[in-house]
Design a protein around this ligand. Structure first.
Ligand code: XMP
Length: 326
């Protein structure tokens, strides 16, 4: 544990100059640790794994093998952005795994939230394990562990790390941002040239849209959720709320109501907007979204998203409501 303790004297990384110094130091340390060996990384596209990937690409280039598992529960455009940024722009060694059918088939008919989480977590490890076995000569596993993970759980980050790998697939860890707080990881990410939207994106649960497509997931309802969520994000971006609101998203319950569209009966699902502010996710308050914007978002979602015929705004703070619906 000794080297997992942040020294009191360590300055907070708040500027580009401090980030550059940190990057130089880590590049040296990574090269020393890894030598000419290969490193494997599960790259979700989230802030922490993206910054670790960019640091390792700078340090060891193609000795890093990034594995991006598309489990079908990511937000609109996310898998494409990972491929564009890391393969096309940073020339990384990126294995893209389309595991959408695998995950959705496993989840079919499963309505119980914790069971859904377990299936997603276990299947992720299985897919990652298969990819790890296909690679020759991997010696290290890189992880986006950050300092709060160490403080909270003694170094184990259940939804990010690949802690469930079998005995014969245990690698030495490379954790270059493990002494940094989230805001510092972001400053380092920008200094590494990652897109602003990737570095400053809102928190997103490991099981992704799986816990927002409430009850048993179906492909059509998941699609409706993804499209409605993309509209919400676009409108928050355009109206200056994206950088201001801590977390905002859509959930779609497994129920339909009667509506009317083009003079005909139109049964559809409700899209529920959640937009909350918090510092630690233990309690949360509701963002006061202007009514005009709520009307505009409602009009767009009901007009543009197949299957949605109502839009609701969840006004419940935490407690009593948790941030996610399941
Ligand atoms: P709740 O719903 O408990 O959420 O108020 C608090 C914060 O945690 C996120 N969350 C998750 N993150 N795996 C994750 O990685 C999960 O299973 C999970 N469930 C909730 C949630 O988005 C919120 O930011």
């Amino acid at each position: 544990m000794q080297n997992n303790v942040r020294p009191e004297s360590m300055e907070r990384i708040t500027t580009k100059a401090l980030a550059d110094a940190f990057i130089d130091e880590q590049v040296k340390a990574i090269r020393e640790q890894v030598g000419d060996k290969k490193v494997l990384l599960a790259l979700s596209g989230g802030v922490d794994s993206s910054v670790v990937a960019a640091l390792l690409i700078k340090a060891i280039g193609k000795q890093l093998v990034c594995v991006h598992v598309n489990h079908g529960l990511l937000r609109k455009g996310e898998p494409e952005q990972v491929v564009k940024v890391f393969r096309d722009e940073m020339d990384a060694n990126l294995v893209y795994v389309d595991a959408v059918d695998r995950f959705l088939d496993k989840l079919a008919g499963v309505a119980e939230p914790e069971k859904k989480r377990k299936i997603i977590g276990a299947e992720f490890i299985r897919v990652f394990e298969e990819e790890a076995r296909k690679q020759e000569g991997i010696s290290f596993l890189a992880q986006g562990t950050i300092y709060p993970d160490i403080l909270e759980s003694d170094g184990v980050k259940a939804h990010h790390n690949v802690g469930g790998l079998p005995e014969d697939l245990q690698f030495e860890l490379v954790e270059p941002v493990k002494l940094l707080f989230k805001d510092e990881v972001r400053v380092v990410g920008e200094a590494l040239g990652l897109p602003h939207g990737m570095v400053y994106r809102q928190p997103f649960p490991g099981p992704g849209l799986g816990v927002r497509c409430l009850g048993a997931i179906t492909r059509d309802r998941l699609n409706a959720l993804r499209e409605a969520d993309a509209i919400l994000r676009e409108e928050f971006d355009k109206n200056g709320l994206a950088g201001k609101v801590w977390q905002y998203f859509i959930s779609v319950p497994d129920m339909k109501s009667v509506g009317v569209k083009d003079g005909k009966r139109y049964e559809g699902w409700p899209a529920i907007i959640r937009a909350v502010n918090t510092t630690d996710a233990m309690t949360a308050t509701i963002e006061e979204i202007p009514y005009t914007l709520l009307h505009h978002i409602t009009a767009r979602i009901t007009a543009e998203v197949d299957g949605i015929n109502r839009v609701l705004y969840d006004l419940t703070p935490k407690p009593v409501g948790t941030i996610e619906w399941e």
